[in-house]
Design a protein around this ligand. Sequence first.
Ligand SMILES: C[S@@+](CC[C@H](N)C(=O)[O-])C[C@H]1O[C@@H](n2cnc3c(N)ncnc32)[C@H](O)[C@@H]1O
Length: 210
Amino acid sequence: MKISDSAKLAILHGLVDGDVAEFGISTGVSWEVLAATIAACETSKNTRGLPPKTLYGFDSFRGMPEAKLPEDTESPMVQRGIWRPGSCISPGKEAIRSIAIKYLPVERVQLYKGWFSETLYTTPPLLKFCCVHIDCDFYESTAQVLEYLFETDRLSDGCIVLFDDFLESRGSKKLGQRRAWIECVEKYAPDFTDLGYYGTASWRCIIHRD
Ligand SMILES: C[S@@+](CC[C@H](N)C(=O)[O-])C[C@H]1O[C@@H](n2cnc3c(N)ncnc32)[C@H](O)[C@@H]1O
């Protein structure tokens, strides 16, 4: 599973500073993988005394928002009604917390409930990430997450960034997560290594800061 490999690469092999985050949790399938991977890294005899990682999660817990921008409304996933308001609904914040605390102490599970536009900028000012899983499907949501991550300087050197839906809308450079990343690269010119495509429609990279 590439999500687990990526988190391990950052935590155990890269010794990358900062915590782990997921943007888009829904029923918590990948959330559980991330929680289990953090715990597995910590019980590994190769942990090398790293500070424990906290798992941060962000979701509306009301399902998908309405698609408003052409970069989303023109997606075949929206036009066919697969991504529609309220789809991907989550069982709720406490149910999602209970998944993660099977693996991690409760104080190391931080959940932010609400639309990204309301929650992202309420995180602690010095928060950094070593691995982020962006699984919120839409261009608009992904652009909000990327703007937050780059504007507020959240990504450590060596951070792995995973985009679950990068190629979802025919791989179009004008739609969805791929469009949001293209615009982020134009605006912030991050130094990164392409780690390639994984899963069905997903892509990941590693961020360099020096
Ligand atoms: C495809 S689902 C996530 C799937 C999940 N990672 C899993 O493995 O089951 C997308 C999630 O993104 C959330 N989402 C999308 N846009 C959002 C936004 N602007 N603010 C908050 N949550 C958002 C939705 O609520 C939904 O739970």
